[in-house]
Design a protein around this ligand. Structure first.
Ligand code: SAH
Length: 233
């Protein structure tokens, strides 16, 4: 093996052990018990989803910048959202705000098919190229305003909104199948609650999971970005 190849193999081993450590300390010890979610978090190479400048921090206990003022969520948040969605292997899942594509890759291990909508076209291009290269064949990424959901492929068994909404968009609830689950951070720009909504027999029940902080959901049912950078409903 060339010196270069040996270096790459060593780096892969280091990433593997950092990922195992991440799942043990940040995910399992904090109460995520679903074996399928733990397996998915072990399987997805998070270091492939962060910019080269922060590869060394890929398995740290925090969100990271992915460019265009956006972030890849903290590993625990990704796992907790995935567990709350209670995804079955036959499910079709929608993610709003696909960013780097990391959460979509985790969801792709749990579901039959993942649809992901992203507002920023540059992030769409990068996430598509990355997921293709890494072989995630059951993820479809679309450019658009995900605050409207993605009606063409609805209904979904589970919907995850990965950006903070001022309120739950009714259109997302409409796109849930019978028994469907919606996980969404709702609040103001600084602080939100992660909410779980379940649609059953034409009734929607709602539960607060825990406080969180996401970047804002823009678009028709999200926030409006004023020219001075402030957000308004
Ligand atoms: N889940 C991502 C991180 C999400 S960050 C990951 O694993 O990397 C939130 C993302 O939501 C950002 O990429 C932002 O551009 C996107 N976003 C904000 N408003 C949106 C909207 N209305 N529709 C689609 N994407 C939106």
């Amino acid at each position: 093996m060339s010196a270069n190849g040996a270096g790459t193999a060593t780096a892969t081993l280091q990433f593997d052990s950092a990922r195992k450590e991440m799942v043990a300390r940040q995910i399992r010890e904090r109460g995520i018990a679903s074996p399928r979610v733990l397996d998915a978090m072990l399987a997805v190479p998070r270091h492939e989803f962060v910019p080269a400048s922060c590869v060394g921090e890929a398995y740290d206990d925090k969100p990271l910048q992915i460019g265009e003022a956006q972030t890849i969520s903290q590993p625990y948040m990704v796992a907790a959202a995935a567990e709350a969605l209670a995804i079955e292997p036959t499910d079709r899942v929608l993610e709003v705000g696909c960013g780097s594509g990391y959460q979509a890759a985790v969801l792709s291990y749990l579901a039959r098919e993942v649809f992901a909508v992203e507002f920023r076209t540059q992030l769409v291009a990068t996430a598509r190229e990355r997921l293709n290269r890494l072989g995630y064949r059951n993820v479809n990424i679309f450019a658009g305003d995900g605050s409207l959901g993605w009606p063409m492929a609805s209904p979904y068994n589970a919907i995850l909104v990965s950006a903070a909404a001022p309120a739950v968009p009714a259109t997302l609830v409409d796109q849930l199948a019978e028994g469907g689950r919606l996980v969404i951070p709702v609040g103001n720009a600084e602080q939100q609650d992660l909410m779980l909504l379940v649609k059953k027999e034409n009734r929607v029940t709602q539960q607060t999971l825990f406080p969180c902080r996401f970047v804002p959901l823009l678009g028709l049912h999200g926030w409006r970005l004023r020219p001075d950078g402030a957000l308004e409903k």
